[in-house]
Design a protein around this ligand. Sequence first.
Ligand code: LLP
Length: 431
Amino acid sequence: MANLTPFPELSYHDNQLHLDEVSLTKLAELYGTPLYVYSYSALVKAYNDFKDAFKTRDTLICYAVKANGNLSLLRELANLGAGFDIVSMGELQRVLQAGGDPQKIVFSGVGKSIEEINYALKTNIFCFNIESEQELYRINECALNLGKKASISFRVNPDVDPMTHPYISTGLKNSKFGVPFDTAIELYRKAHLLSHVQIKGIDCHIGSQITELEPFIEALERILELILKLNDHGIAISHLDLGGGLGITYKNETIISLNDYAQALLSRLNNFNGQLIFEPGRRIIGNSGLLLTRVEYLKQSPDHNFAIVDAAMNDLVRPSLYDAWHEVVEVKKPAIESNQFFDVVGPVCETGDILASNRSLEAQPKDLLAILSAGAYGSSMGSNYNARPRAPEVLVFQDQHYLISRRESHEELTQRELTDFFNLPPLSKII
Ligand code: LLP
C-alpha cells in the first residue's frame, strides 16, 4: 500500500481519501476527471518552512513559476510575500496579472528575446540572470534604447554534478545553461564597463530534484570564491542567488531537510552580508498537488495488467519523459493490499503513455485513483496532444474547494485555427 507519510494533508475518512477535509470522490463528481487538486495548507506550509529556515538573513524566495504557473496559486504566493523566478514573457505576464511585485522578479533563461528583455525592462524587474556574453550586450543595448539601466547577475555554471536525472542537471560544464565558471570574472569585468547595466548579484542553479546536500555546498563554495575575486576587482555583489533544485519525496527518497540546507549554507556565508535569493519550484508545490483520475477499463496482455485511466501523458508527462515515479493511491480504501499489479496507462496513442508501472492496486472500472506529487511540472507541462483538453485545477482549504482553472473546451482548443483561410473553400477546390 502506498506510503502517505510525505502527504500529511491526505488521509482516509470513512474509507474515502480526502485532501485536507475534502473528499476526492466528491471533487471528481463536481468537476470531473482528470482533475488536478492542490492543498492550500500544504502550499503555505512549504513556502513558510522555506522562508523560516532563512529568517536570520535578508532572504527573498523567488518561486520558480515554471513548476506551476496557475494564476490563483501565484496570487496566493505573492500575498505570502514571495518573489518569482521567470523564464519567459508569458511567465512575467502571469506574475504581473497575479499581483506579483516586479521588484521581486528575477529573469532566468538562456534565450531571452529582445521583445522579452524590453518588456522586462519596462516592467522594472529586480534582476536579469544573464546566461551568455551575447545576452549581456543585448540587454545593455535594449536598456540604452529605453533609457534604462538593467540590474544584472550572471548565472555561473559551477561545474558541479547534482547527482540527479541527466535531463534536469543544469550545472555541469557542458550544459547549455549559465556561463562557464572560468570565464565569469572576465564577463563581470566587461559588464562593469557597460553604461546601461548595473551589476547586482551572482546566480547559480545546478539542477532539480536534488536529494544530496554536497552538490549545493560545493556550488556555494565555488560561487563564494568568485565573489571574493570580484571584490578584488572592485566589483561588489549585493545578492547571491542559489537557484532552486531541492528535491521532494516521490517514492522513498530521503530528502534534504530545510534546516540542514539552511544550516549548511548559512554557516559558510560569514563573509557575505548581502541578500540571499532562492528559486524553489518543486519544493513549494510538488507535494501540495495530486492528479485525480478515473479507471476506464482493465485490460490484460500475457505479461501485464493494464488499468486504462482517463488521465494521460498530456496531463502528466513526467513518467513518460523522465521515467519518474509518482505514487498511485486508491481513493476508496482497499480492505486488504491487492495482489494484482497494474500498469496505469492513459488513452493517448503512444506506448510511452504510462503514468505508473507495476503497481499493486485494487482497481475496477469507474474507480478513482490519485496520482501523487503532481503539483510541480504536472499541469504546467501539460499539452493538448490527441486533442485532449487540459485538465481543470481545484484548490482545497479545510472543507472548501475552489476551481482555479476550468477544463478546456473544444472551442478554446480550436479557436486559434479559425483563420481567414479556414473560412475559404479548400485549396483543392480552387486550384
Ligand atoms: N531556477 C532555474 C533557473 C531553473 O531552471 C529551475 C528549474 C528552477 C529554478 C526550479 O527548480 P526546482 O526547485 O523546481 O527543482 N520538468 C522537470 C524539472 C525541470 C526543472 C527546470 N528548471 C521535472 O519535471 O522534473
